[in-house]
Design a protein around this ligand. Sequence first.
Ligand SMILES: Nc1ncnc2c1ncn2[C@@H]1O[C@H](COP(=O)(O)OP(=O)(O)OP(=O)(O)O)[C@@H](O)[C@H]1O
Length: 269
Amino acid sequence: MSSPAPAIVAGRPIVRLDHVSKTFSNGTVALKDMTLSIGEGEFVSLLGPSGCGKSTALRIIAGLGDATTGRVEWPTMGHDAHGKVEREIGFVFQEPTLMPWATVFKNVWLPLRLAGISKSAARARVMEAIEMVGLAAFADSYPRELSGGMKMRVSIARALVTRPRVLLMDEPFAALDEITRQKLNDDLLRLWAQFGWTVVFVTHSVFESVYLSTRIVIMAPRPGRVIDELLVDAPAPRGIAFRTSPEYSEMTRRASQSLHSALGASDHL
Ligand SMILES: Nc1ncnc2c1ncn2[C@@H]1O[C@H](COP(=O)(O)OP(=O)(O)OP(=O)(O)O)[C@@H](O)[C@H]1O
């Protein structure tokens, strides 16, 4: 097993996990002692086999679940009147989770509506988000009229409509066909380069993680933990030339090797 590399951070830290562990009530240790600093503007993938705690870590970062021990810090974000950190995040789930009875516009409006912003006041921001994902012509369509890739675009627009600084994505493209997945990979990279978000992206796919990320955090199961980190030092834009380059092959080889160690390091697979 390779030992974890020291944390490599691009910009100033935007989120820090400090010795975070999570044990569920049934005794499963989903995450053990995870320490990770993510810099502003990084594109970090959490890569690992099923059950290694990737989703658990992402949910704890999002505030959708609590750590059993350890802390998550957001050094540059503000606090509300109760002292609770105001996370400027957008979350994209594996399933698009759209409201089938509502149009694309109304689905994307949802986070703003929940924040009390009327349809007319939200219109410009909702349309901006829909345009970002290339669906301007479909604002009045219903989810049943859209392909799987288009539904995922709507889901991404809904995450972007609050103009988050950090985008958290939990295997968003896993259910899509390869061509659609590559197209969405390219669109996501283009938006990331344009808007300068920080992205934390959960994936099983070595190829996807190398293509998208500036850094790959490799995790192993039982207990879920970080075992390695890889920097992907390839310039943007990353198109077909990168996908077919020797550098890409070399990085996928190294990530696969680490994953292999991850599998070898767990006792009960
Ligand atoms: N609510 C829960 N109660 C009990 N155990 C849970 C719960 N949620 C997750 N687990 C367990 O915690 C471990 C980590 O789960 P998690 O979903 O974070 O892994 P993952 O790496 O995201 O897996 P996958 O790639 O399959 O989604 C697994 O063993 C899982 O069964």
